[in-house]
Design a protein around this ligand. Structure first.
Ligand SMILES: *Cc1c(COP(=O)(O)O)cnc(C)c1O
Length: 367
């Protein structure tokens, strides 16, 4: 006897990147920051007492919202705090997409979107990225035709790391009839020379929702804290109706607030990641991998050309795993000849390069 709703029975759950319990694994598979959060976060953690946990947390995480509002030059009405970015994605779908209706996304992108859509019982209109992984010019028009009530755009894009300029997002927001969710999970790793800032869009458009997370840039993936930035009218139904009453806990509010208030501490890690991103790009290219230029903390690389690149990529993934290095392999169209590699510390990246060099030599020896 099954008690599930039909759409739940028919759906597949999310597949996580491996989260090994072995400490000595070099973990380059789920895009975590390789450096820990700074001293301000340690201090906030040490200052917590069990007595404080007796009480419920601030229902709207107002202390955090104030800090976030100041950091982005918006009002605290423009901020919603959530239990990870994943909760914000789920809230956006629950709030803005009717069951049986449609949401849109580019393909490929974050594989959680279709899972959340299936839970809601809505359809997914998938628009293929072009050969160079850019968004088709008529992306918004295609989704309007499909009747999409909401669309997801990841920027910088996952899994390629490519960045859309704000101008392009502006024209998307203007052309699209529904809510445009711009998933900026990796925004902190963008080169400052790009001068990227999409926050002004929330003043121009009442259908733009930006997703920010403390998981990647602020080294707090274990904490589960993220936030949305949008017009007050867009956020209101999520803030006052669809959210769990205490959706973020006291501990995460405290630490996230401390982390965002000490943004300059996190920014030191972003600089290190960018330096390693350049170095890793060069070294992987020298080994014969085709590397897509990335503005994120990961690289999507195509294995050096062989007769069977899909086999090759899977073999490299397995050989690295055997050597204690985890990277991500996606068994899906257009990605089977590729690996997605999180930028690690210099030592981790050196170990990766060394193992890949060996894997290439071994495979050349076999042929
Ligand atoms: C990591 C990630 C998120 C959010 O992650 P949380 O840990 O839930 O905050 C959202 N979108 C993309 C594309 C991501 O990679």
């Amino acid at each position: 006897m099954s008690y599930e709703r039909k759409n739940i029975r028919d759906m597949q759950g999310y597949s996580w990147g491996e989260q090994p319990s072995r400490e000595q694994v070099i973990k380059l598979n789920t895009n975590e920051n390789p450096y820990p959060a700074g001293p301000s976060v340690s201090k906030a953690l040490a200052a917590l007492t069990v007595d404080e946990l007796r009480r419920y947390p601030q229902p709207f995480a107002d202390s955090f919202r104030d800090v976030a509002a100041r950091a982005h030059g918006v009002s605290s009405d423009n901020i919603i705090a959530t239990n990870g970015g994943d909760e914000l994605l789920r809230l956006a779908i629950t709030t803005f997409v009717e069951p049986g209706h449609t949401l849109g996304m580019a393909e490929p992108s974050y594989s959680l979107y279709p899972v959340l859509a299936a839970i809601q019982g809505c359809h997914v209109a998938r628009v293929e990225l072009r050969d160079d992984w850019s968004l088709p010019d008529d992306f918004a028009e295609q989704l309007n035709t499909a009747g999409a009530q909401l669309a997801f755009v990841v920027n910088p894009h996952a899994p390629t790391g490519q960045l859309l300029p704000v101008e392009r997002l502006r024209s998307l927001a203007a052309a699209f009839n529904g809510v445009l969710v711009i998933d900026e999970a990796y925004v902190d790793f963008i080169d400052p020379e790009q001068a990227y800032d999409a926050v002004p869009l929330i003043r121009e458009f009442d259908n733009v929702l930006l997703l920010r997370t403390m998981s990647k840039g602020y080294s707090l993936a274990g904490l589960r804290f993220a936030y949305g930035i949008g017009s007050a009218s867009l956020l209101a139904p999520m803030l006052y109706k669809t959210r769990d009453s205490y959706n973020t806990d006291l501990l995460s509010q405290r630490l996230a607030t401390a982390a965002l208030a000490a943004r300059e501490e996190a920014a030191e890690t972003w600089l290190k990641v960018r330096r390693e991103r350049s170095r890793l790009t060069e070294q992987l290219s020298a080994l014969g991998f085709a590397v897509i230029p990335s503005q994120s903390n990961f690289l999507l690389v195509t294995v050096p050309s062989t007769e069977n690149p899909e086999n090759q990529a899977r073999e490299f993934y397995l050989e690295l795993k055997e050597q204690g290095i985890l990277v991500r392999y996606f068994d899906q169209p257009r990605l089977r000849d590729k690996l997605r590699i999180t930028v690690g510390t210099p030592e981790q990246n050196d170990a990766l390069i060394q193992q890949l060099r060996q894997a290439i030599e071994t495979s050349a020896g076999r042929n």
